[in-house]
Design a protein around this ligand. Structure first.
Ligand SMILES: Cc1cc2nc3c(=O)[nH]c(=O)nc-3n(C[C@H](O)[C@H](O)[C@H](O)COP(=O)(O)OP(=O)(O)OC[C@H]3O[C@@H](n4cnc5c(N)ncnc54)[C@H](O)[C@@H]3O)c2cc1C
Length: 322
């Protein structure tokens, strides 16, 4: 069995956290199989990235090309299929992100490799890849077995695996000739537009009171705003709260909102769907208030209060005042 490839995801001059998580997973799988793991870095002017990655992996394969400066699935696919044909890795990991969702299915069809998407667990059994996928909004975990193959592709859910930290040993950086012959017309990167921050930036808050659909209606929002103010924090929310226009989009925490890491995250009336939890589980202390003791949010909470928020919040406000 050959090495494991991990595709580095970078955007706007930064390697995304998901890359380090995939390196952690790649290392574990490689150790189990007694093989090596390699970071695949496609980009332009990415020497700094290669240096960083080399402190975490035995080898970094770099394709430098101006046309790879920004993500373009067609060009990435060309570069990757060429590297795969040359090195024949047993597995290619990439993020289950907008980036990986665009690239993986097309590459899998071109190479005729089995593909498992949105994986939260992976292992080789008898040389065959098995994947765990969380389905029905996180209510069921399905173990799936992929058909026998020498090579596989898997996309990895963000926020699941522990990141690979830098080590003492430095891996090798190997430059590969770019197989690209210029840009393509079919698909072009035009511009990166950062969502404007009009109100408060929830990613900078140290204390977040985050409200979900369970608060019942917009009439309760002032209660939480007041609580947030008294605590020196700010208010954030789950997606249905935005969909219902109770709060603006810039307050949304989740995979289609913002990722937050405050010191204290108080989740009120939030069930804990993975699309939400992925983006707040890095908070230092998580407190959940939910009337359903089986709500998945309690699985990530450090402290849990099982009750109607209408019983809890007034008491909390009194305590804070006192
Ligand atoms: C592609 C995609 C992207 C998504 N992106 C995001 C995202 O970025 N962010 C996000 O949050 N979601 C996102 N979602 C939606 C996500 O799947 C969930 O539907 C959503 O997070 C649920 O929001 P919620 O927890 O507020 O509501 P619900 O799931 O309805 O949960 C409400 C909770 O409140 C509790 N509750 C009810 N009444 C009370 C009460 N009186 N007191 C205390 N507790 C009470 C209930 O027990 C329940 O657990 C996305 C979904 C998809 C498909």
């Amino acid at each position: 069995m050959n090495e494991i490839f991990i595709l580095v995801e970078h955007r706007q001059g930064q390697i995304r956290d998901l890359t380090y998580e995939m390196l952690g997973l790649g290392e574990n799988l490689a150790n189990q199989q007694g093989i090596s793991f390699t970071a695949i870095l496609l980009g332009h002017d990415v020497k700094n990235f290669a240096e960083d990655l080399a402190t975490r992996v035995p080898k970094v394969l770099v394709v430098e090309d101006e046309n790879l400066k920004n993500f373009n699935s067609i060009l990435y696919q060309k570069a990757l299929s060429s590297l795969i044909s040359k090195h024949q890795p047993c597995l290619l990991l990439m993020g289950h992100s907008a980036f990986g969702m665009d690239l993986a299915p097309s590459l899998s069809v071109e190479m005729d490799f089995p593909l498992a998407t949105d994986c939260i667990g992976l292992l080789f059994e008898g040389g065959r890849l098995k994947a765990t996928r969380s389905i029905y909004g996180g209510k069921v975990n399905a173990n799936i077995s992929l058909r026998e193959s020498k090579e596989y592709i898997a996309t990895i859910r963000p926020g699941i695996f522990s990141p690979k930290m830098p080590g003492e040993k430095k891996g090798g950086i190997v430059m590969e000739a770019s197989p690209l012959q210029g840009a393509v017309d079919l698909k072009k990167f035009i511009e990166y537009i950062e969502a404007p921050i009009t109100g408060e930036d929830i990613t900078q808050a140290e204390i977040l009171i985050s409200v979900g659909q369970g608060i019942g209606g917009p009439e309760h929002i002032p209660l939480f705003e007041e609580l947030a103010k008294n605590l020196g924090g700010t208010i954030s929310c789950s997606r249905p709260v935005v969909d219902r226009n109770w709060l603006p989009k810039e307050r949304q925490v989740g995979i289609s909102g913002k990722t937050v890491k405050p010191k204290i995250y108080i989740a009120v009336g939030i069930s804990g769907a993975f699309q939400h939890v992925t983006a707040m589980r890095g908070s230092d202390t998580i407190i959940a208030i939910n009337k359903d003791p089986r709500a998945p949010i309690f699985g990530v909470a450090d402290y849990g209060i099982v009750d109607d928020f209408q019983n809890v919040i007034p008491v909390l406000k009194e305590k804070i005042k006192g």
